[in-house]
Design a protein around this ligand. Sequence first.
Ligand code: COA
Length: 161
Amino acid sequence: MASFHSTNIRFIELQEKHLNKFKKIHAACLPSAKYSEETYMQFLKGEVFRTHVFVNAEEQILSFIVLMIGIDACEIISIGTIKQYRNQGFASKMLNMCAEIYKPRDMFLEVETTNKIAINFYTDYGFEIINMRKKSNWGENSFLMKKSVENTTSEKDHNIQ
Ligand SMILES: CC(C)(COP(=O)(O)OP(=O)(O)OC[C@H]1O[C@@H](n2cnc3c(N)ncnc32)[C@H](O)[C@@H]1OP(=O)(O)O)[C@@H](O)C(=O)NCCC(=O)NCCS
């Protein structure tokens, strides 16, 4: 399996040739987030949303992030890593890279209260729960989380080059 340190893995903006693979991986990682074709097209266009992916030499998407960028804040709309590549630092690295690219002062996100792994991941990265929303867009209770970005990288950068 290619590791994170593999030179064949690239961090790029989502391209049209990846769109079908992206939809499948997004649905597999986040089955409750049912987006329309139009929304996926917006993820691709880069006007409202910015979508970045890690791809390997075979153009397989390993990890993705969808962001909405504001003037000095950004919202993480979704983030995911395919199962066999989880816990290798991909999602943390993506957050670091996005913090470097967009330089937000604050990062926000909403996560279902039952998604313990994601809450653990975000907390580990430095996000804090600032509010709870009953019945989010997906019909579940969710936490609103925030991280103020003082440095461009997290304290836990997994020593990734
Ligand atoms: C949450 C998710 C994106 C994390 O992706 P990842 O690439 O595995 O994350 P990383 O490897 O960068 O993990 C960093 C930290 O998150 C935490 N973490 C990741 N997976 C974990 C698990 N299975 N159990 C507990 N903590 C976990 C750990 O603290 C880890 O740090 P460590 O490696 O030093 O222990 C991934 O589990 C996923 O795709 N889940 C399904 C989609 C989802 O729920 N997305 C979030 C809601 S929008």
